[in-house]
Design a protein around this ligand. Structure first.
Ligand code: NCD
Length: 361
């Protein structure tokens, strides 16, 4: 019997469902995650559960015996990383996550040397991968493609889970997971992730990490969100609509220095000029006031943190890197652990790992 829900409705009907209703189709029958497509699949309880699992995994991985135990968890499965958009951190952290759990991996990063170049459709390519692999981790420039592939696979005779590692300018759910994990860890000894102010700064219109994280933050009590961007790159209305619906307090601003003193976390992002509609479009926007340097650091509370999904250009000065509040390098490493936790959960290893942790630590 299948362990997850079949998408027993046509693609167009599924596609038109609100995200919250889609989530049920994407889960295992026991309610845990099967396909990971968007941030709306995660609530506070599930996020806390993943963070707990990630904490257990990183403790277990410190010993040789623990490493061997972790590697025995999913050693009977193979993962395909299908990345048709540039990536360093997401790609490498997913490869590392698979290795930690003993999974073998293969990759397609350049579709010009795969059969897509010969005219094969993406659907056929994905079904081909599913013949050889047990998990597909995919990054594409196309919004909605991961979702369509999940629907295709779930209705095929060899369904396997999909993890969305970035879908166009739309969503990047696993980046949001590592961002939440970083926030949970940063505030765990200081009353937890509640009653905080998170400032987002940069290209908020086209940054998919902000879209996913802004949603995930709505799961936590009383998190105020402030969006700081030059007007043409300000956060999209659909994100604000969700915040309105959920009764989340937010503000939009174009003055970074004015809001820094209120921040518990400042989340900087780069200008996403790969999405420019005309050449040099972003270069004509004045972004000089949307950078974090020593002057901004001086305004930041001693207990606040600075985050960035990376890669950065010059939106955070390297002079800030040595400050204990600069969290972006640790944030990046957290990505490996939370992605390991996610894959472990997808393959049903959560309880075995927690039991091992309880027995040995
Ligand atoms: C982000 C992305 O790809 O959206 N990078 C990442 O995965 N850490 C952010 C970006 O590219 O600016």
């Amino acid at each position: 019997m299948r362990k997850h829900n079949i998408f027993d409705i046509p693609w167009k009907t599924f596609q038109a469902l609100p995200l919250e209703e889609k989530s049920a189709y994407l889960a295992h029958r026991d309610g845990t995650i099967y396909h990971t497509l968007f941030a709306q699949q995660f609530d506070e309880a599930l996020l806390e559960r993943l963070a707990l699992l990630a904490n257990a995994i990183r403790a277990i991985a410190k010993t040789r015996a623990g490493t061997a135990f972790l590697q025995s968890q999913v050693c009977h499965k193979r993962a395909m990383l299908y990345f048709s958009q540039p990536s360093s951190r997401t790609f490498l952290s997913f490869i590392s996550a698979c290795q930690i759990l003993g999974m073998k991996t293969a990759e397609v990063r350049d579709t010009s040397i795969s059969s897509e170049f010969k005219g094969e459709s993406k659907e056929d390519s994905i079904r081909t991968f599913s013949s050889y692999f047990d998990l597909i981790i995919m990054r594409t420039p196309e919004k909605g493609l991961a979702e369509q592939m999940a629907w295709t696979l779930s209705n095929s005779d060899r369904p396997i889970p999909i993890i969305n590692a970035g879908s166009g300018p739309d969503q990047h759910p696993t980046q949001a997971l590592l961002d939440i994990y970083t926030l949970l860890r940063s505030f765990e000894r200081r009353g937890g992730l509640r009653d905080r102010t998170v400032v987002f700064c940069g290209d908020l219109l086209r940054g998919r990490t902000v879209r996913s994280l802004s949603y995930l933050l709505t799961n936590f009590s009383n998190i105020r969100q402030i969006f700081v961007a030059p007007e043409p790159l300000q956060i999209a209305p659909d994100v604000l609509e969700i915040l309105d619906k959920k009764g989340v307090s937010y503000a939009c601003s174009n003055n970074l220095q004015a809001v820094i003193p209120e921040a518990d976390a400042v989340y900087m992002t780069r200008i996403q000029d790969e999405w420019d509609k005309s050449k040099g479009e972003s270069a004509r926007i004045d972004t000089s006031h949307f950078k974090f340097g020593l002057n901004e650091l001086a305004l930041l509370s001693p207990r606040a943190i600075i985050m960035h999904p990376l890669p950065r250009r010059d939106e955070i000065s390297t002079e800030v890197d040595g400050d204990p509040r600069a969290m972006y390098w640790r944030q990046m490493r957290n990505g490996m652990w939370i992605r390991t936790a996610l894959i472990a959960m997808v393959f049903g290893c959560e309880h075995a790992i927690l039991d091992y942790h309880r027995a040995n630590f």
